[in-house]
Design a protein around this ligand. Structure first.
Ligand code: ATP
Length: 274
């Protein structure tokens, strides 16, 4: 991973109230790469994407995107930086009362005032790239889940972003649609000369397109490397996650805060004594 980093986090901490979500995350995402972030549910992956997008502010440490710290930028500069990022979330989040064409056109209309002909060409080009030019006039309700995800992908890349953030892009899709989305992520990253970060639980599909991966657990990175190196990782946690094994270092029970746990125990004891 010698290429220049487009995204870098250094000693990144983030807390929600008294709960530490990220505790010292160092991550490096080279320009042009597809990098996956995996880990157990609640491990802070979406939080990490939000920190990269500048929607959350680190409690400590920093996030650099294209040499800038998003949360130190003024409103205008952050808006400019965000306009160079595309985001795709698991629920596709299409505007239900807008056509497929208008959904994809939305970011362009918001940021630029383009002549109709150019706007039309840009939107249809992206719909063509995801194989849905023929569905331009449909409403989201007329699309299958896989088609809706492809429209959301076209919308995420309509501004030719330098960075594309994917949060669970495969969730809820059938195997064929998952394969199509994975292929499109790779193809679009290469065609646009972009950089992609994929948060996903789908190890097989994500590793089929990722150049490098990180595994988050307990707020830290516990393993990193190429997909092959991660499969061979000596970390028991990493192996448990990648194999989906219910038995291992990741506990089944969500840890209750100590005071609450003690209070529950005392309640039970008191109840038994009565
Ligand atoms: N808006 C919020 N307010 C309070 N706590 C939150 C909020 N969003 C997330 N959290 C907490 O932050 C922690 C990390 O959440 P996050 O969504 O980043 O995890 P994740 O790794 O993406 O999980 P998953 O794989 O289940 O989507 C969790 O403990 C979650 O309960």
């Amino acid at each position: 991973m010698a290429a220049e980093a487009l995204v870098e986090t250094q000693d990144l901490y983030f807390s929600r109230g008294r709960r530490a979500v990220l505790t010292g995350v160092d991550l490096r995402i080279p320009r042009g790469a597809i990098v996956s972030v995996m880990g157990a549910s609640g491990g802070g992956k979406t939080t990490l994407l939000n920190l990269i997008a500048g929607s959350l502010t680190p409690s400590r440490g920093r996030v650099m995107v294209a040499g800038q710290e998003p949360t130190r930028l003024n409103k205008n500069a952050l808006y400019q930086l965000r306009s160079r990022m595309g985001m795709l979330f698991q629920h596709s989040a299409l505007f239900t009362d807008l056509s497929v064409f208008e959904n994809v056109a939305f970011p362009l209309r918001r940021h630029f005032s383009l002549p109709d002909g150019i706007l039309r060409k840009l939107v249809l080009m992206k719909l063509e790239a995801v194989g849905l030019r023929g569905a331009a006039g449909f409403l989201p309700a007329e699309l299958s889940g896989g088609m809706a995800r492809r429209v959301a992908l076209a919308r995420a890349v309509v501004m030719d972003p330098m960075l594309i953030l994917y949060d669970e892009p495969f969730t809820g899709l059938d195997p064929i649609s998952i394969g199509i989305i994975a292929t499109l992520i790779k193809r679009l990253n290469d065609a646009l000369g972009a950089t992609s970060v994929i948060v996903s639980h789908d190890v097989h599909e994500t590793f089929s397109i990722a150049d490098y991966g990180y595994i988050l657990a307990g707020g830290r990175i516990i393993a990193e490397g190429t997909p092959q190196a991660l499969h061979d990782s000596p970390s028991e946690l990493a192996r448990q996650f990648l194999s989906g094994n219910p038995d291992g270092p990741v506990p089944f029970h969500y840890p209750a805060p100590c005071a609450y746990d003690r209070a529950l125990e005392m309640d039970t004891v008191a109840g038994e004594e009565r």
